[in-house]
Design a protein around this ligand. Structure first.
Ligand SMILES: [Ca+2]
Length: 283
């Protein structure tokens, strides 16, 4: 956006310098001001405007309902704003996905990203449970895996996973479906986090399973398919806790990288399977 604005700006400057050399010395033209937001306020609370990054942050009083708020926005005379000043906007998701306000003036336009938060509303970030680098709980062996390692070298870094280390098991042909690794001693609030992401690398298509154990309800077995069209590549899988699971605390997660049976596959001679970046995602 800035680039477009700058191209137009410098183009116009060049035009001025060619056609109005005599006047240019005493004319001070700042076209960017024509598409700036000069002030942004909600119910009297002024937002902090960063014209370099084109961001605006408004910190509302504690307890403010962000679902429907109207901003009073001041722009240059002759410019227009979308959404217009005074429009009721739902800002509840703006900390993750800012609301865009665009200023138009002739051939120029500019877009600001607006984040509105209320004091005391804690932003909840994803919770990394394991990553192999700086968060490295030890996995224990589940089932009959040949070995397990919590800091195995990344077999094939790609855009999804450039990190050097991951977890790994050797899966034997006769291993039980649930063979994999377990992590205990966790304290994850399932009313805050309702899904998990996991990177998986193997050369065999099939379901990956997270077994979620905790208090308040029985185990949850979450399965996601590792696709056959990208074997031997890191794939990012997302596991959802079902509604009404009843868990009040999660203390253990078991990862089974190949819950679909390999025992009956005469072509399965065993292989190393990898997983990484086990992350709990807030609702
Ligand atoms: Ca890693």
């Amino acid at each position: 956006m800035k680039t477009i604005q700058h191209i137009i700006y410098f183009g116009l400057l060049l035009l001025f310098s060619l056609t109005a050399c005599e006047d240019s010395a005493r004319e001070s033209v700042n076209l960017s001001e024509e598409v700036d937001i000069k002030s942004f306020a909600i119910n009297g609370t002024q937002g902090i405007i960063n014209t370099d990054n084109q961001t605006i942050t408004v910190m509302m009083p504690e307890g403010t309902n962000l679902a429907s708020l109207a901003a009073t926005v001041e722009i240059a005379a002759g410019a227009t704003l979308s959404p217009a000043s005074g429009t009721q906007i739902d800002f509840r998701s703006s900390n993750k996905s800012p609301v865009q306000y665009s200023v138009f003036n002739g051939n120029l336009y500019n877009t600001y990203k607006v984040t509105v938060r209320a004091i005391g509303d804690d932003v909840i970030y994803p919770l990394t449970i394991y990553n192999g680098e700086n968060i490295t709980p030890e996995w224990w062996t589940v089932g009959s895996a040949g070995d397990i390692s919590s800091n195995f070298g990344n077999p094939k870094p790609n855009a999804l996973n450039q990190t050097p280390y991951c977890a790994s098991i050797w899966r034997n042909p006769g291993d039980d479906d649930w063979t994999g690794g377990g992590l205990g001693g966790l304290n994850i609030d399932p009313t805050v986090y309702n899904r998990f992401t996991l990177l998986v690398w193997k050369e065999y298509a099939g379901d990956v399973q997270l077994e979620i154990q905790g208090e308040g309800a029985g185990n949850q077995w979450l399965k996601v398919w590792y696709a056959g069209d990208a074997l031997g590549e890191w794939q990012k899988l997302e596991f959802f806790l079902p509604e009404g699971h009843g868990l009040t605390k999660i203390h253990t997660i078991l990862v089974a990288p190949q819950i679909t049976g390999t025992k009956d596959d005469p072509n399965f001679f065993g292989q190393r399977m990898y997983w990484d970046e086990l992350i709990a995602i807030p609702k």
